[in-house]
Design a binder for this molecule. Sequence first.
Ligand code: PEP
Ligand code: MN
Length: 295
Amino acid sequence: MDNKFPGKDISIEDLKTKFPLAAKKNKNHKSKFKIAGVEFGGNTIPVFAGPNMVESKKLILDVAKNVKSSGAHFLRGGAFKPLTFPYRNKKYNETREDGIKWLAEAKDKYNIPVITEIMEEKYLDLVCDVADILQIGSRNMQNYPLITACAKTKKPIMIKRHYGSSLRDWLGAAEYVLIEGNKKVILCERGVSVPHTHRSTSRFLLDLQVVPAAQEVTHLPIIVDPSHATFWRQWVRPMALASIASGADGVMLEVHPDPHNSAVDPLQPIDFKEFRNLMKEMNIISNQISKRRIL
Ligand code: PEP
Ligand code: MN
């Protein structure tokens, strides 16, 4: 565990002084907690599934129904989105308050809990009304005032790793939640920036090595998002299976009824049928390697 070169990676000293709450107390220390009745860090491997963006009421109801029937534990989807460029059109437009309302309808109608992104503190009350988990997006991983405000609500929080951040920085962000007395923190790996991603359309590389690396030093559950990491739907299935094999405590997948026509990032979602099959395959792998289950 020790690292002779602190500054880039994690030293024993860091575990005691920089993130004592996120650090494991002993070799077998692993956080277990329930969110909306679903256990994290235990024998279940929760799956979060849904579109990139809550595009319309029809879309989110359709997705909620389908992913729930395939065994997804949580519905994902952004109503507030950190879109990389400021230009918008009719299709490429955040649905904001409307999106939150539609998420609430989907949650009630299909009895599936919701994870959605929060970008600004002023929308906390609105987003907390529907969210079972608040998602801190990669781009806000070091927005400490936002993280602290979210932590104070006592809602479970998932922190996506920034694509340029070290495990050390990421655990620092988690510590900002834990220090507020909020223990329900989930880490989510979503790909890092590297010189070679093997396709011009793939912006990131999935860092699966961070799963065992994180588990060496922290008791917090770590989940993997192969959709944002690969940015290429053909690679989502192999990387989702590899995520389970790596020991991940959960998986987040982008699922859309008509992936080519997704309003945001149309190269990465999988469709309903692919999702249904993938759930079965991930379940087989988790049963085989760790006696954990997805379905
Ligand atoms: C998302 O999950 O919708 C998202 C925007 O992801 P990230 O913050 O990892 O880019
Ligand atoms: Mn996205």
